[in-house]
Ligand binder design. Structure first.
Ligand code: SF4
Length: 220
């Protein structure tokens, strides 16, 4: 059970997100989507941005991608309410276009605060935007999810030592069914990591070589 300090910190953060006008997306959103789940979660999942149904409901991963996420989480041995789910952006980009660098810059201080409040042991990034952001926060170079998925990295993010598991965004499997088996494999890996059956690896020189991942580098 999360302590009162943790709950108060998250409530204050959610109130700020609901009132936020830091980037133009506030003008077109129906509802911001701050995130939800167990404040003491061992595992935090980070997606890209709200889509149409998330914008309608004000909750992350509802609709078809959310149903698939629930099934994937079950493969790892979790129910949705046992993890914490957030996005890089808290408001929907119109037409589900990609997040813009200035929006990511404006919004990610909220995600950073969520990570500091939750203090997860494992972070699973869903798709290239959240993977790119977490890699930049870990000082690592990022190019493609396909280069790093299926692996578990021991990294330091925001002063926390975490096991980072990059994978695809679940919505990708709705458009390309062959991605579903990739996601299933990566969520099974998540389950093994949580059970202590897989040791994380230190990022190799191909990721740490330049160690200067920036927002711009992964947004282009
Ligand atoms: Fe604020 Fe983030 Fe929404 Fe932009 S996307 S208005 S920064 S909460």
């Amino acid at each position: 059970m999360a302590g009162p300090d943790k709950r108060a910190a998250m409530e204050a953060l959610v109130a700020e997100i609901r009132a936020c006008t830091r980037c133009p997306l506030h003008a077109t959103r129906k509802n911001p989507v701050p995130g939800e789940g167990d404040l003491d979660a061992q595992v935090m999942l980070i997606g890209e941005a709200p889509g149409r149904w998330e914008d309608e409901k004000g909750r992350p991963f509802v609709g078809a991608a959310g149903k698939l996420l629930d099934k994937l989480l079950a493969l790892a041995g979790f129910r949705r309410e046992e993890v914490y789910i957030a996005n890089v952006l808290k408001c929907r980009p119109p037409g589900n276009r990609d997040p813009r660098p200035e929006e990511v810059r404006a919004c990610t201080p909220f995600l950073d605060r969520q990570i500091r409040i939750i203090r997860p042991e494992v972070i699973m990034t869903l798709g290239r935007h959240s993977t790119g952001y977490l890699f930049s926060r870990a000082g690592l170079e990022f190019r493609r999810v396909s280069d790093v998925r299926g692996r578990v990295y021991e990294v330091e993010v925001l002063g926390l030592r975490v096991k980072l598991i990059p994978t695809l965004h679940p919505a990708s499997a709705l458009y390309n069914p062959s991605y579903r088996s990739v996601l299933e494999s990566d969520f099974e890996l998540l389950g093994r990591v949580v059970r202590g059956a897989v040791e994380p690896e230190r990022p190799g020189p191909e990721l740490a070589g330049r160690r200067r991942g920036t927002l711009e580098e992964f947004m282009v």
